[in-house]
Ligand binder design. Structure first.
Ligand SMILES: [Fe+2]
Ligand SMILES: [Fe+2]
Length: 143
């Protein structure tokens, strides 16, 4: 398959995926109507917000196929990189906080607290990874 066809296929897959995200958003909203419990509602709210973000990212991928400028950074990284470095340090601290909190729960059978802290730890690790991967883009742009 030629690269152009592969790119069209990629964009097509993203459009189908976006339909699933829309279904997920509707589904989480429905579940929230069925429950008053703050934990269930919070989880559904997170998945709903994530699905909205996923939709946006899928759109960025579609745009990167259709509009070349998405793939180009001129001085965009340079302008904010020192702030991003500060943010990387902040994220590292939050991972320490998660480890500290989970250590405090050692031996605990509070499954709700463990579940929530595990979620936070995963999310903070995700932020950390996203920023270090962004650093890799930055290095590729300005070797
Ligand atoms: Fe998703
Ligand atoms: Fe974070």
């Amino acid at each position: 398959m030629k690269m152009k066809e592969k790119m069209e296929q990629l964009a097509g897959t993203m459009k189908r995926w976006q339909k699933l995200e829309n279904a997920a958003i509707a589904q989480t909203a429905r579940i929230m109507e069925e429950s008053e419990h703050p934990l269930i509602r919070a989880i559904m709210e997170i998945i709903k917000n994530d699905s909205e973000n996923h939709y946006r990212i899928q759109q960025l991928i579609i745009d990167s196929v259709e509009k070349e400028y998405i793939n180009v950074f001129t001085d965009d990284m340079e302008k904010c990189w020192s702030s991003i470095e500060k943010h990387i340090a902040l994220e590292k601290k939050t991972i320490e906080m998660a480890a500290e909190s989970l250590a405090a729960l050692e031996g605990s059978k509070n499954v709700v607290q463990l579940y929530l802290l595990d979620y936070l730890r995963m999310d903070e690790e995700k932020h950390d990874k996203m920023l270090s991967d962004l650093g890799r883009i930055q290095k590729a742009m300005y070797p």
